[in-house]
Design a protein around this ligand. Structure first.
Ligand SMILES: Nc1ncnc2c1ncn2[C@@H]1O[C@H](COP(=O)(O)OP(=O)(O)O)[C@@H](O)[C@H]1O
Ligand SMILES: [Mg+2]
Length: 164
């Protein structure tokens, strides 16, 4: 297959699959620290300014914050020198955001069940409810990738996409 990466690794294949039909519009590395959630949120809004409805951008802010916070809290990105990489893509009426972290030997991204009084454990539930699609890939060399997609022009996560 011509699109296969030079090393042919499963991580490369996963990336190719995620990016099928999308064009990259921004990529940036952030240090693995708590403040990067806000920095990434602001940067993604800058990159997508004028490309989506205000409601979609609001949802985007929330989900970027949650996923980058998770990378810092739950992966090796928080180790000295650790990074969180955010990539933003557009295509087929969708915004695609993916957050690459340093990986974790002890934890995988998974929706937690919470009760009303829980102080934490809602981030991925929000992603699941508000995003059109989302997923998590893991590779020992690359680390973890959590990605999600929102529809550009409509209230996110509700109506079916009308056209590409
Ligand atoms: N990037 C990640 N790497 C490893 N584990 C993760 C990552 N993101 C989330 N998780 C796991 O998924 C769980 C659910 O995440 P979330 O719903 O955001 O809740 P919270 O971060 O408050 O625990 C986390 O508690 C953690 O165990
Ligand atoms: Mg969280």
């Amino acid at each position: 297959m011509s699109a296969r990466g030079q090393d042919g690794s499963s991580a490369t294949e996963a990336v190719i699959k995620r990016w099928d039909g999308l064009r990259i519009v921004g990529r940036r590395d952030f240090p693995g620290i708590a403040q990067s959630a806000g920095a990434a949120r602001r940067w993604v809004l800058e990159v997508l300014d004028g490309h989506a409805t205000a409601e979609t951008l609001e949802t985007l802010e929330l989900l970027v914050s949650e996923v980058v916070t998770n990378a810092v809290l739950h992966s090796d990105s928080a180790r000295p020198g650790g990074l969180v990489t955010v990539r933003v893509g557009l295509g087929g009426g969708l915004i695609h955001v993916e957050v690459i972290d340093g990986g974790s030997a002890t934890s995988v991204p998974a929706i937690r069940t919470t009760d009303d009084d829980s102080l934490s454990g809602r981030g991925l539930s929000w992603v699941d409810r508000l995003a059109r699609a989302w997923g998590a890939d893991h590779d020992d060399e690359v680390g973890g990738a959590v990605w999600f997609q929102l529809a550009i022009g409509q209230p996110s996560g509700r109506d079916p996409l009308s056209s590409p």
